[in-house]
Design a protein around this ligand. Structure first.
Ligand code: ANZ
Ligand code: ZN
Length: 802
């Protein structure tokens, strides 16, 4: 075989690997288990997206590398097949989702098999199969029994186009994440999971896990912990007190009015005192129609109505102040009431200007200058107090404690995180395993009766009534009460797709286990996941839910760990001509075309060459040709060496330096620079052919194997080896041969020198940051704080701003 024809060799080797079960891991007997997970795809009809190929390749290289390090690498693949993506497509096409999904999975599997990845197909799972969703329902029941699932009437975000309730995270700027329709508000009975009960743990544990920094920061912000105080304001001519949540009790003397959320029940309690009730009612009705997001919007003009006849007393200044309702105050956050401090809060400032309310400055940035300038906007920063009686001159920070104490307030904390809305009024999901009985009330389906099978129905489209299509399937709805055996009805909502994917990694190693969702011994051996790679877009949805569910399973005694993924790395987003790929822009790269033209090896390698995995970059048709040429040159070199049997003594130093650099780059997911090093190495060999040895070439093939699995295998075989190149141990380098100049790097935290470390000359910012953060002294100084920013002066210092 003289010419490199990817199509031929790729097919051949995939066949050989499959026959020899090269990638197979013995789940029970594996000695050095390594669980390498990637985010499973939803089998969309268009087939594998180049973004999927990108993520899966990045993850597979890591898996293959770990395998060559001697680990038993388990790299499963499956399908997130239930849910709105699949269902909406089926609706568009007029094909039943079950039929369409099966078709898509078949196509996806064929495509995935082309990648030459380690995938453990014998453990593949599909979330829409009863063998899987039986356990998703089981999970729902465990949460229900633990008091972590509850039903409540709640205003929910409703997408009029998808005809379903949306979770908080699925609403982007007041629009549906899926179809961009304007989201409306609707009141319905829904199932929720109490994720808020875990808010503090979800936040604290972030410090213990090795995850991409930006993912941790996104979670931290999403959980949104606010430290503040709860303060009581007496109501004049009444025994009632109105309680507010504030993060700035230091500004209490400047609270010149109060605002209640329009729907607050306290408004009803005050009805007798309110003289303009009619006006109040009109405003309340209008507020109901707006979404929370719309109401919280910063730029929007503020509006409100004074509760005439009601006066509150500022507990610090003892002054009488007016009370309003306004929709910029949300019922669902804090106590649903605020003390308004227009001088120091922008929204209050805007409102006060509009309604001519007093603006009293109580925090001064330039203390001891006591005369603060007349404000043309709120001063939201800190400073020293003025106009605050005995607290004048005190720092904001101290005054927060002191004023809270002074008025008998209570220090508290609040989270922005909301409970997880589980119900979906759709067809394509696991039915929620609950039965409603007139006599017994809400009754969970007994575990022995699982799964509650999703019936195959003709009318799977949402009807726009707000009810699931299952509600009109009487053979499904009508059932017997498991307790009293009387007539009863089933819950007709299905659960959120994010529940399917919140526990799938538990199932993979135990995929054919029948007695439970996962086998205890196998779980002990394989979990938590060693490495998870996936998109940053899942930072607050999927990745928070998986953590929550794992904590719950831990607390219920089903798992002995509470964090599911030891390591998580977010990969970057591929673009085309600088823009995000999207169907509407018509700039989506179809990987199939390139598989045919250049083969999977080139596609894989090219994708990884575009940029560091964490950043990705821009796809270019020109770039891919370069990689194809590189593989051709490797091929030609191998043919020559095969024929001519090289007699050189070998390029020892270059070889060892290459091994070192490639090894480190792979460990740091900088595949792009690893590939560049391999290219340089090839050039060195080609430039010094008389000195080069067979070992030089064979090392190149081994180092290349994780990136481009087929070509090196073929060449390895052509060179006369019987075993697979993938079974070769990863080459080691001799430290003596790779010594490089060392420099001393100053490590600072917030500008203060905390350590000096010895590092290699030419160290990159990323490497320096990693080294600095790993450093024990630095960790002590950081006390678990997350670095906000890093300033790097090459060869001199790194400053961590925390
Ligand atoms: C008085 C005050 C003075 C405030 C000041 C801020 C600045 P985070 O940080 O997001 O927790 N707030 C409290 N409950 C609210 C609700 N239900 N709807 C709208 N706004 C609400 O925000 C806490 C601050 O947001 C609270 O502190 C309160 O305004 C407002 F100079 O109280 B503050
Ligand atoms: Zn009953």
């Amino acid at each position: 075989m003289e010419q490199y024809i990817p199509e031929k060799i790729e097919k051949k080797w995939r066949g050989v690997w499959e026959r020899k079960k090269l990638w197979k891991v013995d789940i029970k007997k594996a000695k050095r288990p390594y669980y390498n997970l990637m985010m499973f795809p939803y089998p969309s009809a268009e087939g594998l997206h180049v973004g999927n190929v990108y993520a899966f390749t990045g993850s597979d290289i890591h898996g293959k590398f770990q395998r060559m390090q001697g680990f038993d690498v388990f790299e499963p693949m499956g399908f997130d097949a239930f849910g709105i993506h699949s269902e909406n497509f089926a609706i568009k096409k007029g094909v039943h989702p079950k039929v369409q999904t099966a078709k898509n999975i078949k196509h996806f599997t064929e495509q995935l098999k082309q990648l030459g990845s380690l995938f453990a197909w014998d453990h593949a799972l599909t979330t829409s199969e009863p063998e899987y969703y039986k356990w998703t329902q089981w999970l729902f029941l465990q949460l229900y029994k633990a008091g972590l699932a509850y039903r409540a009437k709640a205003p929910v975000d409703w997408c009029p186009s998808c005809k379903t309730v949306l979770a908080d995270e699925q609403v982007i700027n007041g629009k549906c994440e899926r179809c961009s329709s304007e989201v409306l508000q609707k009141e319905t009975e829904q199932w929720f999971f109490k994720i808020t009960k875990y808010a503090d743990r979800l936040l604290k544990n972030l410090e213990t896990i090795d995850w991409s920094e930006r993912t941790k920061i996104a979670q931290k912000n999403w959980i949104g912990k606010s430290e503040g105080a709860q303060l009581k304001f007496p109501v004049k001519n009444s025994n009632a007190k109105i309680e507010v949540f504030t993060t700035r009790p230091d500004t209490l003397f400047g609270a010149t009015y109060m605002v209640l959320a329009p729907e607050h029940k306290f408004v009803d309690e005050l009805k007798a005192q309110i003289v303009n009730w009619g006006e109040v009612q009109v405003y309340r009705d209008a507020a109901k129609k707006k979404s929370e997001l719309e109401r919280a919007e910063f730029a929007k003009e503020k509006s409100g109505v004074e509760l005439k006849g009601v006066r509150a007393i500022n507990p610090a200044s003892k002054e009488e102040i007016p009370v309003f309702i306004a929709d910029y105050v949300l019922a669902s956050y804090g106590t649903g009431v605020i003390m308004a401090v227009p001088a120091h809060d922008e929204r209050d400032f805007e409102f006060a200007k509009k309604y001519g309310l007093a603006i009293t400055i109580v925090v001064c940035p330039h203390y001891p200058e006591k005369t603060c300038p007349i404000l043309d906007k709120a001063y939201v920063g800190e400073g020293h107090l003025v106009g605050s009686g005995q607290f004048d001159g005190m720092s904001s920070e101290k005054a927060r404690q002191e004023i809270t104490k002074f008025v008998g307030g209570e220090k508290t904390e609040r989270y922005h995180l909301r409970d997880w809305l589980i119900s979906r009024q759709r067809y394509w999901g696991p039915p929620i395993p609950i039965i409603y009985c007139a006599k017994c009330g809400t009754v969970p389906v007994p575990e022995k009766d699982l799964p509650v099978k999703l019936p195959f129905v003709k009318e799977y489209r949402p009807e726009g009534t707000g009810k699931s299509p299952l509600a009109s399937v009487s053979s499904f709805v009508n059932t017997k009460c498991p307790q009293c055996k009387g007539k009863a009805e089933r819950e007709t909502d299905v659960s959120d797709t994010f529940l399917d994917s919140a526990w799938y990694f538990f199932r993979y190693p135990s995929s054919d286990y029948k007695k439970g969702p996962f086998d205890e011994g196998i779980t002990k051996k394989w979990l938590p996941v060693d490495m998870y790679i996936g998109g940053q877009e899942h930072a607050v949805l999927h990745l928070l839910y998986t953590r929550f569910i794992t904590m719950v399973l831990h607390d219920l005694g089903f798992a002995d760990f509470e964090e599911p993924f030891k390591k998580f790395r977010a990969h970057g987003l591929l673009t085309k001509d600088g823009a995000k790929m999207s169907k509407s822009k018509g700039n989506v790269v179809n990987p199939d075309e390139y598989f045919v033209k250049y083969g999977a090896d080139t596609v894989r390698m090219y994708l990884m060459f575009i940029g560091p995995l964490a950043e990705a970059g821009d796809w270019s048709d020109k770039g891919i040709v370069g990689i194809f040429r590189f593989l051709n040159r490797v091929w030609t070199l191998a043919q020559e060496m095969k024929r001519e049997k090289p007699k050189g003594k070998g390029l020892e130093t270059v070889r060892h330096k290459t091994i070192k650099k490639v090894t480190e780059d792979i460990q740091n997911l900088r595949y792009n620079t690893a590939i560049a090093v391999l290219m340089e190495y090839l050039n060195e060999i080609l430039g010094k052919k008389t000195e080069a040895s067979l070992e030089d070439l064979e090392t190149l093939l081994i180092l290349l194997a994780p990136f481009a699995p087929h070509v090196p295998e073929e060449l390895w075989n052509q060179l006369g080896h019987k075993d697979s190149v993938h079974n070769q141990p990863w080459p080691k380098y001799d430290p003596k041969l790779v010594q490089e100049e060392k420099i001393r790097l100053v490590v600072q935290i917030n500008g203060k020198v905390r350590d000096i470390i010895e590092v290699q000359a030419g160290i990159s910012e990323q490497e320096a940051k990693e080294l600095a953060l790993k450093n024990e002294k630095i960790q002590k100084w950081l006390q678990g704080k997350l670095p906000k920013r890093v300033i790097f002066v090459p060869e001199r210092l790194i400053n961590i701003v925390a």
